[in-house]
Design a protein around this ligand. Structure first.
Ligand SMILES: [Zn+2]
Length: 147
């Protein structure tokens, strides 16, 4: 069986080109979504994370991102940036990552999740933006102390 008839994402084999191209799996879906605004932002954030936290000079590719266990977390962050209309999401992400420099990526993702959660509650409570920023920073400092 030739390589062309194997899905590069899940390694499943197919008898014909047509069944291969009709096939969809989670990673192939990620590849198909790669040009969506929130996914592009998520990929950029993923790159920033590795630039700040490792000595690697080679930027993380789209494929590295798709194969990462953190894909969902970063994508969720990207989606939340778009939905909540953060002013400069890339700068926000960079700040977040620098603040949490010593933290594990999983902790940063918990942090992003908390901010997301907070945002949902703030909409219900109608708290002003400044208060939201203040709470965001407080959670950041709290998590840093946990480390
Ligand atoms: Zn596949």
């Amino acid at each position: 069986m030739s390589d062309e008839l194997t899905c590069k994402w899940c390694e499943k084999s197919f008898r014909t080109e047509r069944t291969l191209s009709a096939h969809m799996c989670p990673r192939k879906r990620r590849w198909a979504d790669k040009d969506m605004t929130h996914v592009r932002l998520a990929h950029r954030t993923f790159q920033i994370f590795y630039e700040i936290n490792t000595n690697s000079t080679k930027p993380k590719t789209q494929e590295d991102f798709i194969r990462s266990q953190y894909y969902e977390g970063f994508t969720k962050f990207g989606r939340s940036c778009i939905l909540n209309e953060y002013m400069e999401p890339e700068k926000f992400a960079e700040w977040l990552i620098r603040e949490g420099k010593k933290l594990q990526v999983s902790v940063i993702l918990i942090y992003l999740y908390l901010i997301d959660l907070l945002q949902v509650h703030l909409e219900t409570l109608c708290l002003p933006q400044e208060k939201w920023m203040y709470m965001t920073v407080t959670i950041g400092i709290f998590l840093q102390r946990l480390n």
